[in-house]
Design a protein around this ligand. Structure first.
Ligand SMILES: Nc1ncnc2c1ncn2[C@@H]1O[C@H](COP(=O)(O)OP(=O)(O)OP(=O)(O)O)[C@@H](O)[C@H]1O
Length: 359
């Protein structure tokens, strides 16, 4: 699968832009702030219906204009697929595949698998657990529609249960039976999600460790483990046991929405004890493992976006990553960098077709 053509209208810093891509390697080079990352983000938008960097849709519209449009022509399994993602202020975002709008964006997720490696990934280590849950959910959802649907349903029920807890306090009332209905729904959906997360972690960890060994020269004991309150008991039991606490807090304090991933090096949290280099290698290994996992599950090689990759790694490691496309037939890769020469040196050595775009 690859992206053949990209057209932008009023997308971030671009009025209009048309790019015809190479099926294998594409390099976007230029000074800071010219819009290299914005082009990668537009590609991300076509695959996920949203920005990787800025979730506020209005802020993805070029300043002082009213709408944006991102139009991409992909080739997938020998067929041309035209995806258009557009957004006008005050209306709902629209994604169309070959002229037909999707009713639910979730139907589009996984159709065009993509992995991005960016300096913004550091949030996975530095920020709260929701960032890491989004990561697991993002990886599983790209190859498992049922998981994504359960997750959407779980989040809806969770919002309803939280509203009910607030309603009880505001109206000085309490109805255990109504709450029990939500508990059962959360239990059913949450248990499924928990099981899939467990299965995912057990197949993902070996891939992740292998990727880390590839990019780190040293033997280091790194680990990624899954933490869930559901290890303590069934979700139904936990919800029932925490009813008084939830009434006081006015929100649901237990469930798979509290799950987390632990990242460690030599049994200590990498956030506090990992060097900058170790943290960078850890994040790249995480994303490369995502690439390999999705490739296996979805039987399509994901598009790989490498944003500012030299900010993270030296040339030999970048060569290793770019070399992935050499071994993975039909993979397409996009690289952004401020130094045209450095990028060209790396891609020339891969002996694959490539294009360099100077912005
Ligand atoms: N909604 C918007 N309207 C207009 N310009 C925008 C909008 N959002 C972002 N920009 C501009 O886009 C530019 C940043 O683009 P981008 O992050 O793609 O740069 P880059 O080439 O990747 O830079 P770097 O090499 O520093 O990573 C900034 O100048 C920013 O002001």
């Amino acid at each position: 699968m690859f992206l053949r053509h990209l057209s932008l209208v009023n997308y971030k810093n671009f009025d209009s832009k048309d790019l015809e891509f190479d099926p294998v390697i594409n390099c976007l080079v230029g000074d800071n702030g010219v819009g290299k990352t914005n082009i990668l983000d537009a590609i991300y938008h076509l695959c996920f219906g949203k920005s990787y960097f800025n979730p506020v849709s209005t802020q993805n519209i070029k300043h002082d204009t009213e709408f944006f449009m991102v139009d991409g022509e992909f080739e997938k399994e020998g067929r041309s697929e035209k995806i258009i993602c557009s957004f006008k202020k005050g209306t709902k975002k629209v994604i169309k595949r070959n002229g037909k709008p999707y009713e639910k964006f979730s139907e589009h997720i996984g159709f065009l698998p993509l992995v991005i490696i960016s300096p913004a990934d550091r949030d996975l280590i530095l920020e709260g657990s929701d960032t890491r849950r989004k990561f697991i959910d993002g990886v599983i959802s790209q190859s498992d529609k049922a998981y994504l649907n359960n997750l959407i349903k779980y989040n809806k029920v969770l919002v309803q249960r939280n509203s009910l807890l607030k309603y009880f306090v505001a109206n000085r009332t309490f109805e255990r039976d109504t709450l029990s209905i939500y508990n059962e729904q959360l239990h059913g959906l949450g248990t499924e999600i928990h099981k899939k997360r467990l299965d995912f972690i057990s197949s993902f960890v070996p891939i992740f460790k292998e990727q880390y060994q590839h990019i780190s020269d040293k033997e280091e004991q790194i680990m990624l483990s899954y933490e869930s309150q559901l290890e303590e008991g069934s979700l139904l039991e936990l919800l029932e046991a925490n009813i008084e606490k939830d009434r006081a807090l006015q929100y649901t304090s237990v469930g798979i929405h509290k799950d987390d991933l632990n990242f460690t090096i030599a049994d200590h949290p990498i956030k506090k004890f990992g060097s900058q280099g170790q943290q960078k290698s850890f994040l790249i290994a995480l994303k490369l493992a995502q690439f390999h996992f999705i490739k296996e599950q979805a039987s399509t090689t994901p598009i790989l976006l490498l944003d500012d990759i030299f900010d993270k790694l030296d040339e030999s490691r970048v060569s290793h990553i770019v070399g992935l496309v050499k071994n993975d037939n039909f993979g397409q890769i996009f690289i952004s960098d401020t130094h045209a020469e450095r990028t060209e040196n790396v891609v020339k050595n891969i002996h694959q077709s490539y294009k360099i775009f100077t912005l």
